[in-house]
Design a protein around this ligand. Sequence first.
Ligand code: 3H9
Length: 702
Amino acid sequence: MPGSVELERHDGVALLRLTNPPVNGLSFAMRAALGDRIMEVLADDGVAAIVVAGAGRMFCGGADIREFDAPPPPGAASLPAVLAEMEASRKPVVAAIHGVAAGGGLEVALACHVRLAVPGTRLGLPEVTLGIVPGAGGTQRLPRLIGVEPALDVIVGGRLLAAERALALGIVDQVVDGDLLDGAIARARQLAADGGPLRRASLLEERVAEARARPGIFAAFRKQMARRARGFDAPYACVESVENAVSLPFAEGMAAERRIFERLRASDQSRAQRHAFFAEREATKIPDVPRATPALPVERAAIVGCGTMGGGIAMTFANAGIPVTVVDVSEEALDKGLAVVAQNYAATVAKGRLSQAAMDERLARIARSVRYEDVRDADIVVEAVFERMELKQEVFRRLDAACKPDAVLATNTSTLDVDEIAATTSRPESVIGTHFFSPANVMRLMENVRGRRSSPRTIATVMQLAKRLGKVGVLVGVCDGFVGNRLLAPYLREAEFLLEEGAPPQQVDRVLFEFGLPMGPFQMSDLAGNDVSWFIRQRQAATRPAHLRYSPVADRICERGRFGQKTGAGWYRYEPGSRTPVPDPLVEELIAGAAAEAGIARRAVGDDEIVPRCLYPLVNEGAKVLDEGIALRASDIDIVWMHGYGFPRYRGGPMFWADLVGLRTIYDALSRLHDEHGERLEPAPLLKRLAEQGKEFGDVGS
Ligand code: 3H9
């Protein structure tokens, strides 16, 4: 990314425009240009005041993240130093902000003396989401400007705030309704004419002095963020840096911020989180479905099936402002399903995260019907009935008859063959999978499954829809389990084998939780419901190769009606009304019995065996999925697992994590497991190839 700073003169006011499309990223070239321009206008007697603005769509999206993979080039302009010059200027400097001011972009604005923004602008310091701390004074100037606790919220939260919120907090001085540049130039000129003292954030001591008198605030904040920040380094580093703003003079706080920034920039966590950022954007690019492909504008939607998934998907549409009709076989089924929807909304209202008015509006967008004719106007219909092929095919036959000709017909199947479903319609080109994850109104992943005949228009429609629904859409191909559940299968399988070999469920769960997953495999199954996978296993039983090892423990648990939390027992026991898993001797007995039948000698399993044993086979499956073209790129698999299964973002998803571990290490370990356990753990050809060539999954296709 190059980058320049254009200079325009407006009768004594210098307008500096950050110019580096698409987001005016602060590349090294841009920082140097900004430094040069500041020096130029400060030395120019014809300039009495300065306005800093952004060209094109926004003010500035922050540092150019692509340059973070290497240390700064020798002699690179230091942004903090440039901003120090600018802030120290005796000529007033006004920031004219539109679009977005994020990260380094907001830090540029914080070093100006006055900040103006137009309505609709979003501002914030999202560095924490990239595994770093703000590195150009954000952690030192913001607490001085708005107070320590609000600054912690902004910096550790990492979200972009609306201009009005930023005004209320004191981040911007004014939200301008008229022409931004005219307003900013007039304000700058006025400030120069007044000749009064300029407000420099670095010199504001009142807020930090006040915080110094309340030393407990940082410990309290750390405690409050602990659950959300588990495993992440950056949120803690952000708190440390803000704490420095309180305990150190400005210059020392700045020096410490830089050291922390550099340490984190070079860390694996930050590399992983930057990978996640770009992976999310890559996932929207489909080589044979270019951006310009016409998509069907979705103005009305329909859902078939009002169970947990159907209700959650209906909420997703309603939340995005799209009217939706839910169809089910009976009024009773609709009553039951929609009562759950209403309860979910009410719980959000009770937590203060949604207003009653907004809840009413959303509920009003959800219509109900027992007649397929009522989906006639829908631009997209999402089928979310029970996971059985004949049932889904019947639904699609009826949809084919009822829907308007250009409607997209989507199935929420998590494992079934989309092509077989499409084949029952007269319009397979309009059929596609949209696999939502439970709870559908919360989980961000939408695994869009492209059938053999899905048309570019159908694909473009669901990919654009994902964005509109606030989801991350990933396009995958048809196979059993698609990307997400296909990789889940070997992970769960090896976890269950480890039980037979001697590890109790709570040990496996603990180690994988400590790795960073939201919960281990057995707690996850108990939460999701063990009956779902039991049903799938029954379907697969006929085709399961008889010579491969199979653990019957999960089936035996289900045979006893232990479907998980919802039945009060599964892999664990649950006290009534509690979600806390309690180890159950009965499960231990079932495991020991199965091991004895299979002649498996039980032993103490080391904690250090568990991650390789469960996750290397998952990565191996990922290599197969990639090789088969089911996933377009390794980073798409990462997205599926980060957003669908909670794979920790600070590890960048399973494939990026594998690259960090080293494919040679994984290949060698799998080869040993293959020798010990047989064919199911044979390293995938792609993994072997990459390991031998010293390459990474990230190199595939690039
Ligand atoms: C920082 O500032 C450190 C400082 O504290 C210290 C410095 C010393 N760099 O998201 P979009 C690309 S750290 C490089 O679709 P939108 C993006 O990959 C930075 N590239 O647009 C995409 O490329 P492509 C802190 C970037 O309008 C294209 O631009 N800042 C950067 O939906 C369009 O992106 C952040 O964390 C970047 N900084 O949203 C903000 N940003 O077309 C990160 C974007 O090839 N950025 N690209 O796929 C964002 O959150 C959004 O991009 C933004 C615009 C809200 C700005």
